[in-house]
Design a protein around this ligand. Structure first.
Ligand code: GLU
Length: 371
């Protein structure tokens, strides 16, 4: 990255549910990295899976980001609204020969894989519809079948990138087959849309969960075929439950806004999530300005982070102590209302700030304080 390059990061959630802790941490890191460099943070909604994407989930994600005060500079861009653009890029690739039509049927592909397995090979598409192969073997398009479009993956060499979190990673091209970039009905596939977007949105740093690490070499190849230069990638390790297992509902709230209802402060949540997989010396309690000042994506931990609810409660208690009694009383109001307090009761009853000042030392959350 040259000194003149503006840092542009993005958060690209698929709107299929609430903003989970893992997604929130990814968004926070991407936001902090952009802010650290005076760059831009883009919000992109990856809603190409129309069956699983819902407007409610889009709203839930944005609510979560608002609550954490992660402001974005551009977007939200919706992939579902960019179909014309994706199709245009595919047409261009077909013309240039970096993509081609493939008429192989499902049965044919199954058979191909079975044979490969029987011969002890790793199953992969054999490139039979690459134009030169089809010409050689005399394949002609069957009537009445809509072809898929495949990316022509390079045969030789390997894809290497220096992952910000995981270090150098290299995948041989012969491990990658020709990826489908558009289905028979013309709709573009997930990996393809990501590449077009990262390129056209001029993203310089992609921070995302390490469940995407296998997509990266494919995305880099497509990006190069489009004449783009790859961004810096950083793949974040998972957040695990306190027992070291994959985080799930049974561990407690997985969605960030549930922590709002439970009486956690957004400042504490930002602080806690930032520390979950990253550190700055022995600093435990810091605000977003300090985070932005200190955040170094190259120092994100490689090992999975483990949730620790006692630690989160402790961080929250520290943040309750940082608020003035007046501010504390203001934050407490929704929790009192939940308990049936009317506006009048809150102003005519005991002086809330004074009451808060008397008892806040004992509370870990606003809910406890309200009780
Ligand atoms: N939409 C993907 C997800 O929610 C993220 C893809 C990316 O960041 O590249 O997992």
């Amino acid at each position: 990255m040259s000194a003149a390059t503006v840092v542009r990061t993005r958060f690209a959630p698929s709107p299929t549910g609430d903003l989970h802790l893992g997604g929130a941490r990814t968004a926070l890191y991407a936001w902090a990295w952009a802010r650290r460099h005076g760059g831009q943070f883009v919000l992109r909604i990856e809603d190409t899976d129309l069956e699983r994407s819902t407007p409610a989930a889009v709203q839930a994600i944005m609510d979560g980001m608002h609550w954490l005060d992660l402001d974005w500079d551009e977007g939200p861009f919706f992939q579902s609204k960019r179909m014309v653009r994706y199709r245009a890029v595919i047409a261009q690739m077909l013309e240039r020969g970096t993509a081609y039509r493939c008429w192989a049927s499902t049965e044919e592909l199954d058979q191909m894989r079975e044979q490969q397995r029987a011969q002890g090979h790793k199953p992969r598409y054999d490139g039979r519809w690459r134009p030169e192969n089809a010409a050689r073997t005399g394949l002609t398009p069957p009537a009445g079948v809509d072809p898929v479009i495949r990316f022509r993956n390079p045969d030789e060499g390997s894809v290497t990138w220096d992952d910000l979190v995981k270090g150098p990673i290299s995948i041989a091209n012969d491990e990658l087959d020709d990826l489908i970039i558009a289905r028979g009905d013309g709709t573009p596939t997930y990996n393809f849309c990501v590449v077009v977007d990262d390129l056209e949105m001029q993203i310089t740093h992609v921070l995302r969960g390490d469940d995407h690490v296998n997509n990266t070499p494919r995305q880099i190849n497509i990006l190069r075929a489009l004449g783009g230069q790859e961004p810096v990638y950083g793949h974040l390790s998972m957040i695990l439950g306190p027992d070291g297992e994959k985080l799930s509902k049974r561990h407690g709230a997985t969605s960030v806004v549930e922590y709002d209802a439970q009486g956690f402060l957004p400042e504490a949540m930002v602080n806690y999530l930032a520390r979950l997989g990253w550190s700055h010396g022995d600093a435990e309690i810091f605000d977003r300005h300090e985070l932005v000042q200190w955040f170094d994506a190259a120092q994100i931990s490689r090992s999975p982070a483990q949730l620790d609810f006692d630690k989160l409660r402790w961080v929250n208690a520290q943040w309750l102590k940082r608020l003035t009694p007046v501010e504390l009383a203001k934050r407490l109001e929704p929790h009192l209302k939940k308990r049936g307090w009317s506006e009048a009761a809150m102003t005519s009853g005991p002086d809330l700030p004074i009451a808060c000042a008397l008892v806040f030392e004992r509370a870990h959350t606003l809910e406890e304080l309200a009780d």
